[in-house]
Ligand binder design. Sequence first.
Ligand code: GTR
Length: 424
Amino acid sequence: MKYLVSTITLLISLNLFAQQKVVNYDENEVPNYTLPRLLVSENGRKIKNTKRWEKIRRPELLKLFGREVYGKIPLEIEIADVIVHEEAGEAFDGLAIRRQVELVFRKDDQELSVELLLYLPKDSNDVPVFIGYNFNGNHTVADDPDIRLTESWVRDNPSLGIVHNQVTEQSRGVSRERWPIEEILEAGYGIATMYCGDVDPDRDNFQDGIHPFSYQLGQFRPGYDEWGTISAWAWGLTKAMDYLSTVADVDSSSVIVFGHSRLGKAALWAAALDQRFAMCISNNSGCMGAALSRRQFGETVGSITKAFPHWFCENLNKYASREENLPVDQHMLLALVAPRPLYVTSATEDLWADPKGEFLSAVEAGKVYQLYDLEGLPVSEIPQPDSPVSGTIAYHIRTGEHNITSYDWRQFIDFANKQLTKEE
Ligand code: GTR
């Protein structure tokens, strides 16, 4: 008996030790690593100019991220219908008009509806627009009683009245602090959002959302190199871009794609894939977003593929605890946004997302901006908290936790003002 108890105690402590080792928050424990080379092609050719970048390296990297990380999008599909639920509702005491449309996709007997909510400053045209997903439904972004409720699956959250995976009135406006819409409108920008779960519910189940549209007969999940949920979300953003290009009051050459956390990963991948996005904002996107995987600081390939296997293609599992074998690292994803303006943020308490790894990744991506004679980041040391720095890449680390706040938004607006203002 005594022997049994001490064996169990030993096993428990070994297990605790192992768990502690799993998450590294110690800079001294970051392994020595060499990043895969951004500016050398697969067959060893030096990428010395924008022509070679665009013709050779950019397509190679897109292919690698598609095949090994997020999964290729195995589907060409157009919006079948746009159902306009509201054309120009008055919102925010006359500051804005609200438009709500349903983008409908059809294939054989399948149908998928994605609702897009768009606020535009009233009486303006050629408006630059921010577009990004929300986590729990369009109605959560503002205290606006006219925003339609999603009928899609939403993760249960009884404190918000989300039960049986359906939203209710109780969650209206609950995310408003993350969405300073009036400030955005007053600054002369429109803002568009969609519920990510309309495109693909965030669960380990490939039977809903857009995925089944790409299946052959008898297929129940995407292939090893085919789209996980982040690729599905990125696809949805490109479809929203298709729609925004048809809206007369929107300046489709100034659409800024943004996202927080997992949705920041999707925003980066969407901007990499679709060069119509004029600018990209990655807010606290962390592991498989902006942060360098090889640092293995905070969340790692091993932990993310264990907790959220459905976000990626199955191929990514090969690199759990084998980051050094990845043919890419995340500075390459950031570089795929070049030469367009890119904003990367971290938060001081968001160590899980590896702030330093997000910063260093942005520094490295600057090499591609330099090919375009643009300065990426103007500094090589991580700045003090709440001290944004910017070239054509911008970065700040905000004091506080994993979140997107009005402080972050003020910096995004300032940066967009600087970067997108057209020369007269
Ligand atoms: C965490 C996940 C992160 C990040 C975050 C979020 O649990 O580990 O990669 O994406 O969720 O989306 O809020």
